[in-house]
Design a protein. Structure first.
Length: 226
């Protein structure tokens, strides 16, 4: 599948590399495709600087959000939650129309320090904001409840015995996303329902952040025992 991965932080490169390894035709979307590959500083979450990652994955092109989306069948949104609507707007509604938008972003609000709060929250979600703003896109919220390494290598924790959620209005889009999740190695894929259920998974972030603090690392995931 032709896939545009929006995001040059921790998640975007991890997901792009994993999907490319699976044989998909992947391009990374960024605001400035000239400047981004020259970045030698690690992002705020640490990890490998983008320049180094790009040198190690030279087969994955870097393009503007618009060019990446235009040539792709599916878009992965792994941008900062505060910038996701701007990134998708830069991609252009016409380039998103009819396409699956796999939304991994969380609407973390650091304006009052750490740990962040959520905005929107309770009666709205970033997933819904994206679906409302781009009504012709087929938004599926998923993977936002685990760290980037586990997203692409679920077996690295508990042998993969844990859960991932999907939320979205379009049943076919959720089937496509579930297929990609299965390709990545996820086994317990729980369809929560329409895009309003993204409120639930985004609101797992406050407990996820406290678990990170309590456990001292991010190598954990939620398992829904039943
Ligand atoms: P991040 O630092 O949160 O986001 C980096 C990306 O956001 C870059 O591609 C950047 O674009 C884009 N961006 C930032 N502000 C923007 C703006 N105003 N307009 C357009 N684009 C903008 O990276 P991350 O840590 O990989 O997280 C990505 C998303 O996944 C976040 O929403 C995060 O909450 C969620 N998430 C992260 C993890 C994790 O393990 N880190 C786990 C679960 C969910 P440029 O490329 O142009 O700089």
């Amino acid at each position: 599948m032709k896939i545009a991965v929006f995001g040059t932080g921790t998640v975007g490169p991890a997901v792009a590399a994993a999907l490319a390894k699976l044989g998909h035709d992947v391009v990374i979307g960024t605001r400035d495709p000239q400047d981004t590959p020259a970045r030698t500083q690690a992002g705020p979450m640490g990890g490998v600087p983008f320049a180094q990652w790009h040198a190690e994955h030279s087969g994955i092109a870097v393009a503007t959000f618009a060019d990446a989306a235009a040539g792709s069948d599916l878009i992965v949104n792994a941008t900062n939650g505060s910038g996701s609507l701007a990134a998708l707007d830069a991609a252009g509604a016409a380039n998103l129309a009819g396409k699956v938008v796999m939304d991994i972003a969380n609407p973390l609000d650091f304006s009052r320090g750490f740990p962040p709060s959520l905005d929107p929250v309770n009666t709205d979600s970033l997933g819904e904001q994206i679906q409302r703003t781009f009504p012709d896109a087929r938004v599926v919220k998923t993977l936002n409840t685990m760290n980037a390494a586990i997203m692409v290598d679920p077996a690295s924790v508990a042998g993969g015995d844990h859960s991932v959620f999907v939320s979205g209005n379009d049943a076919d889009a959720k089937t496509v996303v579930a297929g990609l999740l299965a390709e990545l190695g996820h086994r317990d894929i729980i369809d929560l329902g329409d895009i309003t259920t993204a409120r639930g998974t985004e609101m797992l972030l406050p407990i996820w952040l406290r678990l990170w603090g309590a456990l001292g690392n991010a190598d954990f995931n939620f398992k829904i025992a039943r």
